[in-house]
Design a protein around this ligand. Sequence first.
Ligand SMILES: NC(=O)c1ccc[n+]([C@@H]2O[C@H](COP(=O)([O-])OP(=O)(O)OC[C@H]3O[C@@H](n4cnc5c(N)ncnc54)[C@H](O)[C@@H]3O)[C@@H](O)[C@H]2O)c1
Length: 448
Amino acid sequence: MSTEQQSSKVNSGADKPAPATGKLGVMVVGLGAVATTMIAGVEAVRRGLAKPIGSLTQMGTIRLGKRTENKAPLVKEFVPLADLNDVVFTGWDIFEDNVYESAAHAKVLDTETLEKLRPYLETIKPMPAVFDQYYVKRLNGTHVKKGRNKRELADQVIADIRNFKKTVDRVVMIWCGSTEIFLKPTAVHETIEAFEKGLENDDIGIAPSQIYAYAALSEGVPFANGAPNLTVDTKALIELSKKNAAPICGKDFKTGQTLMKTVLAPGLKARHLGVSGWFSTNILGNRDGEVLDDPQSFKTKEESKLGSLEYILQPELYPDLYKDIYHKIRINYYPPRGDDKEAWDNIDIFGWLGYPMQIKVNFLCRDSILAAPIALDLVLFLDLAKRTPELRSRGIQEWLSFYLKSPQTAEGLYPEHDLFIQSMKLKNTLRHIMGADLITHLGLEYYD
Ligand SMILES: NC(=O)c1ccc[n+]([C@@H]2O[C@H](COP(=O)([O-])OP(=O)(O)OC[C@H]3O[C@@H](n4cnc5c(N)ncnc54)[C@H](O)[C@@H]3O)[C@@H](O)[C@H]2O)c1
């Protein structure tokens, strides 16, 4: 064994992922900007109209063996992922708009592209949603399910899943719905039994996103959480995920500003440069921005965005460099910009002998263009996890932290936010499940 590689303990043939045969059904909760950009994008790629830029599953390669071997197959050729031609979409929304209408409303993709895809996009019509305005103050939809209590609503989602299962071979669910108010786990989230009782009693701690997640996990369907909502980040639903071999991951797609933070902060830390302040502000004008204009939804987003710096910079290990950092985040709803978000970061840093310096980042990004490939990759990788004996009953798929702003981890374990460590972890997980050697980057053997 070379010193740059480490033998992976797994994997004899039996432990490897099962092949991705047949159709993969993707159930999307919330057919808004991100979801419609993902769905339209997948169709555009299938028709050869565009390239899946930003998607690791579609464009990424993975190095195998020594650097001198020059072996770097495409990720999708190395691990058995569902082919985009086998992906079938459905979903729920609180508005009746089909995917074409919703995409046109979101104004992320241009009219020319949308018109080409129109006949297909019009076929995807949302099922009525589980919704309660108490949890998303700024929205008021009419296309909603009715039930005596939350148990009945969960059963209706389960019925939707079972119906869809009749038409496809495997199913994955992803939350692309709005940001709900900030919720903390309570007694109802402690065990599966307590949660099920809470459904019967209409417990206020159970938000709509948790009802969808419960339905998915009860049916053995993997669930990805693209919003900062509590959703599957509770003992009860983690237990259900493990019990039914339905992998989960969350929370919150890591797109614009946080992506930049988790690129820059590891660099500053690696060079032991100090940071005294990091001020981040955004303007955005899409429906997401409108929802986040409500202080209770903003609080959920703020918590999700705040964590990354603290964990990357580790002030407890480096008090001289990061103990007094002032970290502030603002999101401002500004309709004229629509989905074209603009983010400004002012970073006050200090170097040798404490001399101060500044870095300014002005990121003019397109929120949903950055989020769509993440949503697609999460769906494809969760389906892979479900077909992988070593992964499917582990609950949280921490190796997918790469895509998430506030990664879920095992209890007591701090999350890894550094994008480069996350990327290494993801690729080593893929090597591991396929029985390939892990890459350690030691590489002394080249100098023997
Ligand atoms: N756009 C990004 O780059 C980005 C990045 C990270 C996270 N997110 C998160 O992803 C989510 C979606 O973002 P978006 O820009 O697509 O927002 P959006 O407002 O365009 O879409 C959300 C959709 O969810 C629907 N919805 C809300 N509650 C629902 C429910 N209970 N059931 C079914 N549908 C429901 C809304 O009607 C809307 O159509 C948000 O929570 C957002 O914070 C987005």
